[in-house]
Design a protein around this ligand. Structure first.
Ligand code: FES
Length: 171
């Protein structure tokens, strides 16, 4: 006599088929979503959004003659000398500390390891040259120009070559 308890119910077979069909469709859906995510990443522009290296330092008359102004946010000095306007990086060439202007000494000094830099031309020293300390290089000059509105612009990404370090902006 057949054991009725082991006989498969046709409804169970259909249910199993439906289950595997849904499982297959689900797997295809997950694979399609993964492919779409990779395709989106591939097609999306691979751009790094950084702030512009060009700083608008405002009108030249903001800077009195013989002044050294530190722009902490931009890491630059705007200097108004007898020769004109120029800009120095405020980032120490030793290990990258932010330097400070010492008006009582007439120099730029690094608080980290004591490097000192010239601001004014003195003997053989040019603005930015190292006076003493472990810094291996002078503070770089940054390119400065006037825009059409008469604002001083500084390009932090462009160092002025050593032989052009007498190119001041004159107003
Ligand atoms: Fe300026 Fe070391 S970081 S002297």
């Amino acid at each position: 006599m057949p054991d009725e308890s082991k006989t498969e119910n046709p409804d169970d077979i259909v249910n199993r088929r439906q289950f595997f069909a849904k499982l297959g469709l689900g797997s295809l859906g997950i694979a399609a979503a993964g492919t779409a995510a990779f395709a989106y990443q591939f097609l999306e522009p691979n751009v790094l959004y950084e702030p512009s290296p060009v700083v608008n330092a405002g009108k030249p008359d903001r800077y009195p003659l013989d002044s050294v102004t530190l722009d902490v946010n931009s890491g630059i000095y705007i200097i108004h000398s007898q020769e004109g306007y120029f800009s120095l990086s405020a980032v120490c060439t030793h290990l990258g500390c932010l330097t400070t202007w010492k008006p009582e000494l007439g120099i730029i000094a690094c608080p980290c390891h004591g490097s000192k830099f010239a601001v004014w031309e003195r003997g053989n020293l040019k603005p930015g040259d190292k006076i003493e300390g472990p810094a291996p290089k002078p503070l770089p000059w940054k390119r400065v120009w006037l825009n059409d509105d008469g604002d001083l612009l500084v390009d932090r990404s462009t160092d002025v070559p050593p032989l052009q370090r007498d190119s001041f902006v004159r107003v």
